[in-house]
Design a protein around this ligand. Structure first.
Ligand code: PRX
Length: 656
């Protein structure tokens, strides 16, 4: 595999306008069209969303009130009833889309399948009935811990069909992390698989579920439904564990959608914060359906002829909103791929694009940087001419990666849609609309219509052009986080008190720093809290610190990140030992493994530095900024006036 160095600093200030013929054919047809939508939404957000809710979605009962905003609690479409699976499935069966491909799936070993809307509907109804048979009903939480197989999407939709909120846990999380999530949301059932295929290996899943719930450690779990994927052999506990394919034999395909109130919980999805354990982000039904539907339609300009592929895993919000709900609500064809580029097949993504004629491709900057390293020969040897729009998400994209994506993958003709959003926002907040907004490499451009975004200082005062500040949202939007599961206090403190309200004005605090340029384009700079972003995965440094400290050899730990050419950031842990185990490579490897076991491989530190002291302020707070600078090889001698013990610096420099 050819390895290339990515040029480190590219100065790029060109503007990339959409081609006129692209704009003409798009849903949103140009800058004026965008501005008209934006202004209309800004003048009366409730009226704007109500109009779209009426034309774009099907309802069992119309709402009485569009928005009930009692900060920080928003209710949208109050009194309305619907079921998101009706919008994602049933309504398409009444049209020609009945036999259109809903999901095209490609497995890593090369197996594949296509489910039409009619077939998907049938599968979802059967699994919904299977869940009912296991005693799962409206309001019961169901964990989904799956590889990237169609059954993962089917399981989510089956839960939504019967009104059982799902809690999807990324298959890369450990048994311990799964157990915490099962207990926090008190899940009644778990849907899993024997295992999945990842980078030419079998990743066991059912054994992790067994470990998570062994010895009554997750007492709410009554049943486990298991998809057979890898056939590696697993233990099934009679009465508790059931094979998916066995129950399906008996399951009826008739399952009317449960009428759901607009504000009934659709799902909970855990994400890392700067303090404490991961938070269960709660999303509700109607607002989430509307917002993911509209954002996908306008930002990716979804048309009936599109073959749309988002490379995320359904374990993340991107998979929820833009592999499953957004595309299916639009009646689109969504591609799911189980695999990842790997040494044995570095061109596998481009094979999928070529095989299915993918027209819209949505991935993360870390993947793009990895592709650059793998060499242009892989995409260049495939036919990528079907592509018409490219997307990116998860972290700021550096201009080098943007330009490569534009040139090598997009053949200089595909608009690049850089979408800034979060688990908590449910859908895209800042994004180009590809026929309407000229792009600038590295900028997520402008707010989606209906989103009132601003950049403010710590008191909530707007800052000037090109001055950095905190990114905030100043008006509720339909898919915003409704609560942190079981912890309204944390919800209020984290998101609504980061910037204190000013009179009636409440600020949703995103936790990101940003600036706005003279043309009104937003540039997101990255997190301003103790959250790190490794390969587009969001991790709390405190979570990793607690994992390290739970090892008997560790007395104290401080985790920061340093820049990484491919992953964006890499975790560096400073560790103070206790006991007699000697510092060294062996212990370093043990500790990395330990973090993997406690949280999952994605949280493993890239580097462990043993030290005998950590820099603290006089009030005892760890000075992470200083550690960050040290980790990335910068000078740490300046600005240490608040440091309690100055000798710590020399001892730290000596840390290895
Ligand atoms: O820091 C921002 C970064 O990812 C964070 C949200 O992470 P998560 O909830 O895991 O959701 C990721 C997928 C939506 C944000 O606070 N982020 C996400 N997209 C971008 C980004 N940073 C810059 N540009 C983006 N396009």
């Amino acid at each position: 595999m050819a390895e290339k160095n990515i040029e480190s600093v590219l100065h790029e200030d060109r503007l990339f306008p959409p081609a006129p013929e692209f704009s003409q054919a798009a849903h949103v047809k140009g800058a004026e069209h965008y501005e008209a939508l934006y202004d209309e939404a800004k003048a009366d957000p409730a009226a704007f969303w109500a109009k779209l809710a009426g034309t774009e979605l099907d309802w069992f009962k119309e709402w009485d009130q569009v928005l009930d905003w009692q900060p920080p609690n928003a209710k949208w479409f109050v009194g309305g009833q619907m079921n998101i699976t009706y919008n994602c499935l049933d309504r398409h069966l009444k049209t020609w889309r009945k036999n259109k491909a809903a999901i095209i799936w490609e497995g890593e070993p090369g197996d594949s399948c296509t489910l039409t809307y009619a077939q998907l509907h049938r599968e979802v109804c059967q699994v919904a009935n299977m869940l009912k048979g296991l005693g799962v009903g409206k309001g019961d939480r169901v964990a989904i811990y799956m590889p990237m197989v169609p059954e993962a999407a089917i399981a989510m939709l089956a839960c939504a069909r019967i009104g059982a909120p799902h809690s999807v846990v990324f298959g890369g999380f450990s048994a311990e992390a799964l157990r915490d999530r099962l207990n926090d949301a008190q899940c009644k059932a778990v849907i899993t698989a024997d295992g999945g295929f990842r980078k030419d290996k079998v990743v066991p899943l059912k054994p992790q579920v067994d470990a998570a719930i062994a010895d009554n450690a997750a007492p709410s779990v009554e049943s486990v439904l298991v998809v057979e994927r890898t056939k590696q052999g697993v233990t099934m506990e009679s009465g508790r564990d059931h094979w998916w394919h066995e129950l399906k034999k008996e399951a009826s395909a008739d399952c009317p959608p449960e009428p759901m109130d607009s504000e009934d919980m659709l799902f909970v999805l855990y994400t890392s914060g700067s303090t404490g354990k991961p938070k269960g982000v709660v999303h509700t039904t109607a607002g989430y359906n509307l917002y993911t539907h509209m954002t996908l339609k306008w930002a990716f300009d979804i048309q009936d002829t599109d073959v749309y592929w988002c490379t995320a895993d359904v374990g993340w919000i991107t998979g929820h909103s833009y592999i499953v709900y957004g595309p299916l609500s639009n009646g689109a064809t969504t591609v799911m791929y189980e695999g990842a580029p790997r040494p044995s097949n570095p061109g596998c993504f481009w094979d999928v694009v070529e095989k299915y004629g993918v027209t819209i491709f949505y991935t993360a900057p870390t993947a793009i940087r990895a592709f650059i390293k793998m060499g242009d020969e892989h995409p260049n040897s495939r036919d990528l001419s079907s592509l018409r729009i490219l997307g990116t998400v998860g972290e700021p994209i550096n201009p080098e990666a943007w330009i490569w994506y534009h040139r090598v993958i997009g053949a200089e003709k595909c608009p690049i849609v850089d979408t800034w959003w979060q688990t908590e926002t449910g859908g895209f907040m800042l994004t180009p609309l590809p026929g309407a907004i000229a792009t600038k490499p590295g900028s997520a451009t402008k707010p989606f219509p209906g989103i009132i975004a601003d950049i403010v200082d710590a008191e909530g005062n707007p800052v000037g052009d090109n001055e950095g500040g905190y990114l905030v949202i100043k008006h509720p939007w339909p898919s915003m986080i409704r609560n942190v599961y079981g912890d309204s206090d944390r919800f209020r403190k984290t998101y609504w008190e980061g910037i204190p309200p000013k009179g009636d004005q409440h600020f949703y605090f995103a936790g990101d720093g940003a600036r706005r340029d003279q043309d009104g384009y937003f540039w997101v700079m990255g997190r301003v809290d103790d959250v790190v972003n490794v390969s587009g995965h969001r991790l709390g440094t405190m979570e990793i610190e607690s994992a390290l400290v739970s090892h008997p050899a560790v007395a104290e730990a401080a985790v920061v990140s340093k820049p990484d050419e491919v992953k964006g950031e890499e975790i560096v842990a400073f560790v103070i030992l206790e006991g007699s185990e000697p510092a060294g490579d062996e212990l370093s490897a043990t500790l990395k493994k330990h973090v993997g076991k406690e949280i999952g491989a994605i949280a493993r530190p890239g580097e462990i530095r043993f030290t005998d002291a950590l820099p603290k302020t006089r009030s005892g707070k760890i000075m992470r900024r200083l550690l960050r600078n040290l980790a990335s090889g910068q000078d740490i001698s300046g600005d240490t006036s608040t440091l309690e013990d100055r000798t710590v610096l020399d001892r730290l420099r000596a840390s290895s």
